[in-house]
Design a protein. Structure first.
Length: 147
Protein backbone atom coordinates (compact mmCIF):
# COMPACT_ATOMS: atom_id res chain seq x y z
CA UNK A 1 0.00 0.00 0.00
CA UNK A 2 1.55 3.32 -1.10
CA UNK A 3 0.54 6.33 0.96
CA UNK A 4 1.60 9.59 -0.68
CA UNK A 5 1.84 13.01 0.96
CA UNK A 6 0.71 16.29 -0.61
CA UNK A 7 1.25 19.74 0.86
CA UNK A 8 1.32 23.33 -0.38
CA UNK A 9 4.24 25.64 -1.09
CA UNK A 10 3.63 27.50 2.16
CA UNK A 11 5.44 24.56 3.82
CA UNK A 12 8.87 26.09 3.09
CA UNK A 13 10.54 22.68 2.91
CA UNK A 14 13.97 22.44 1.31
CA UNK A 15 14.06 20.63 -2.03
CA UNK A 16 16.22 17.81 -0.68
CA UNK A 17 13.56 16.81 1.90
CA UNK A 18 10.80 17.05 -0.69
CA UNK A 19 12.78 14.77 -3.00
CA UNK A 20 13.96 12.37 -0.29
CA UNK A 21 10.43 11.65 0.93
CA UNK A 22 8.55 12.00 -2.36
CA UNK A 23 6.35 14.83 -1.11
CA UNK A 24 4.17 16.53 -3.71
CA UNK A 25 4.06 20.31 -3.26
CA UNK A 26 1.16 22.25 -4.80
CA UNK A 27 2.16 25.87 -5.39
CA UNK A 28 0.16 28.76 -4.00
CA UNK A 29 0.00 32.02 -5.92
CA UNK A 30 1.96 35.12 -4.98
CA UNK A 31 0.08 38.20 -6.16
CA UNK A 32 1.99 41.41 -6.73
CA UNK A 33 -0.14 44.17 -8.15
CA UNK A 34 -2.03 42.69 -11.09
CA UNK A 35 0.45 39.83 -11.66
CA UNK A 36 0.31 36.37 -10.12
CA UNK A 37 3.25 33.99 -9.81
CA UNK A 38 3.29 30.31 -8.86
CA UNK A 39 5.23 30.14 -5.60
CA UNK A 40 8.49 28.28 -6.09
CA UNK A 41 7.83 27.79 -9.81
CA UNK A 42 7.57 31.24 -11.39
CA UNK A 43 9.10 33.05 -8.42
CA UNK A 44 11.66 31.63 -6.01
CA UNK A 45 11.81 32.61 -2.36
CA UNK A 46 15.06 34.43 -3.07
CA UNK A 47 13.41 36.48 -5.84
CA UNK A 48 10.48 37.27 -3.56
CA UNK A 49 12.61 38.51 -0.66
CA UNK A 50 15.01 40.43 -2.92
CA UNK A 51 12.06 42.15 -4.62
CA UNK A 52 10.02 42.78 -1.49
CA UNK A 53 11.39 46.26 -0.74
CA UNK A 54 10.75 47.30 -4.34
CA UNK A 55 7.25 45.96 -5.04
CA UNK A 56 4.77 48.72 -5.89
CA UNK A 57 2.05 47.09 -3.77
CA UNK A 58 1.99 44.77 -0.79
CA UNK A 59 2.11 41.12 -1.96
CA UNK A 60 -0.77 38.78 -1.18
CA UNK A 61 -1.29 35.08 -1.73
CA UNK A 62 -4.12 33.02 -3.15
CA UNK A 63 -4.86 29.34 -3.49
CA UNK A 64 -5.26 27.21 -6.60
CA UNK A 65 -8.70 25.97 -7.58
CA UNK A 66 -9.89 22.49 -6.65
CA UNK A 67 -9.30 21.29 -10.22
CA UNK A 68 -5.55 21.65 -9.78
CA UNK A 69 -5.60 19.47 -6.68
CA UNK A 70 -7.88 16.92 -8.36
CA UNK A 71 -5.24 16.62 -11.12
CA UNK A 72 -2.48 16.16 -8.54
CA UNK A 73 -4.43 13.49 -6.64
CA UNK A 74 -5.34 11.65 -9.87
CA UNK A 75 -1.72 11.73 -11.09
CA UNK A 76 -0.55 10.25 -7.80
CA UNK A 77 -3.20 7.52 -8.04
CA UNK A 78 -2.09 6.71 -11.61
CA UNK A 79 1.51 6.52 -10.35
CA UNK A 80 0.53 3.92 -7.74
CA UNK A 81 -0.71 5.80 -4.69
CA UNK A 82 -3.33 3.78 -2.84
CA UNK A 83 -4.02 6.53 -0.29
CA UNK A 84 -3.18 10.24 -0.10
CA UNK A 85 -2.72 12.50 2.91
CA UNK A 86 -3.02 16.17 1.96
CA UNK A 87 -1.54 18.43 4.67
CA UNK A 88 -2.07 22.17 4.35
CA UNK A 89 -1.71 25.61 5.90
CA UNK A 90 -4.16 26.16 8.74
CA UNK A 91 -7.77 26.65 7.68
CA UNK A 92 -8.10 29.70 9.92
CA UNK A 93 -5.29 31.30 7.91
CA UNK A 94 -6.04 30.25 4.34
CA UNK A 95 -8.70 28.69 2.11
CA UNK A 96 -6.27 25.93 1.07
CA UNK A 97 -7.77 23.27 3.36
CA UNK A 98 -11.29 24.03 2.09
CA UNK A 99 -10.11 23.76 -1.51
CA UNK A 100 -8.31 20.48 -0.77
CA UNK A 101 -11.48 19.08 0.82
CA UNK A 102 -13.53 20.02 -2.26
CA UNK A 103 -10.96 18.34 -4.49
CA UNK A 104 -10.85 15.24 -2.28
CA UNK A 105 -14.62 14.84 -2.63
CA UNK A 106 -14.28 14.78 -6.42
CA UNK A 107 -11.58 12.12 -6.53
CA UNK A 108 -12.93 8.57 -6.78
CA UNK A 109 -9.77 6.66 -7.75
CA UNK A 110 -7.99 6.94 -4.39
CA UNK A 111 -8.99 7.90 -0.84
CA UNK A 112 -7.73 11.38 0.09
CA UNK A 113 -7.47 12.46 3.72
CA UNK A 114 -7.16 16.23 4.14
CA UNK A 115 -5.41 17.44 7.28
CA UNK A 116 -5.58 21.01 8.58
CA UNK A 117 -2.13 21.60 10.04
CA UNK A 118 -3.29 24.63 12.02
CA UNK A 119 0.18 25.95 11.18
CA UNK A 120 2.07 28.24 8.84
CA UNK A 121 5.25 27.65 6.87
CA UNK A 122 7.68 25.17 8.40
CA UNK A 123 5.11 24.06 11.00
CA UNK A 124 3.13 22.64 8.10
CA UNK A 125 6.30 21.39 6.44
CA UNK A 126 7.44 19.43 9.48
CA UNK A 127 4.07 17.70 9.69
CA UNK A 128 4.37 16.79 6.01
CA UNK A 129 7.90 15.41 6.49
CA UNK A 130 6.84 13.38 9.53
CA UNK A 131 3.91 11.89 7.61
CA UNK A 132 6.05 11.26 4.51
CA UNK A 133 8.78 9.58 6.56
CA UNK A 134 6.17 7.25 8.09
CA UNK A 135 4.73 6.53 4.62
CA UNK A 136 8.20 5.70 3.24
CA UNK A 137 8.67 3.31 6.18
CA UNK A 138 5.47 1.56 5.07
CA UNK A 139 3.29 2.59 7.98
CA UNK A 140 -0.46 2.39 7.32
CA UNK A 141 -2.64 5.47 7.10
CA UNK A 142 -4.12 4.78 10.55
CA UNK A 143 -0.64 5.07 12.10
CA UNK A 144 0.35 8.09 10.01
CA UNK A 145 -2.80 9.93 11.11
CA UNK A 146 -2.73 8.73 14.75
CA UNK A 147 -2.88 11.58 17.27
Amino acid sequence: MAVKIVTDSNCDLPADLIDRYGITVVPLYINIGKKSYLDGVEMTHEQFYEGLPHFESHPTTSVPGPGQLVRVYEELAQAGATEIVSIHIGGALSAMVAVARLAAEEVKSVPVTVFDSGQLTLGTGLLAVTAARAAVEGQPLSDIMAP
